[in-house]
Design a protein. Sequence first.
Length: 235
Amino acid sequence: MKAAFSRSDISIDDCAYLNRGRWGNADLYRHLAEGREWVVKDFRCCPPVIRRLWGSVMVRRELRALRRLDGIRGIPRYAFRLDAYALCYQYMPGATLAEADPGRTPPEFFETLEKMVRQMHSRGICHLDIRYRRNILVLSDGLPGLIDFQSHLDVSRLPAVLRRWLEQADLSGVYKHWCVRWPGTLTADRLQLLRSADRRRGMWIFKGYGLRLKPRKKRNYGPAVDKEREREGAF
């Protein structure tokens, strides 16, 4: 897409910040242009070395993913590169899953999110950070959205087994949130996938940008599901 505005059009004083970046993370803020609200993901806040080596690569990576996924409802649209260090896309009003009232995310919300993730997979993209609640949006119309594709992988040319594992990692993120909020509605096959994906995740011991060793806390989702089903059966 052609750039809707340039760096010189942005007045930081007039922007609404969504998130202040740290040493390796971008600033995230909203900017109004051409009658639309835009999200600007800007690595200019980072130290020069990080900005040039990390920020510019992340901008290119995320732009490629968003262009590949263009047209899928709930994925940011009209993405373009502001310059080497900033990515822009149309703002989607709503709240993150971490902030939204649980009443706004019934089981149907997660069913729709699951379908959206499968659509994404059909275009050869795995998100790989769906377990983080702030990457899932509850949009103003009640439907799910998905943001932050920095960690994505193009799986279209990977071996079938590896691609399936990565796709299951994405789906397990959906099922994790679903199980936490509505354990009694998670079907047996979804619960089995969640358990299998968790076992594979247990083999990965690194955490965060600094690759810190961190023991992974295991969570058994089965008892929560069984307890909820027993409770519902009592009525």
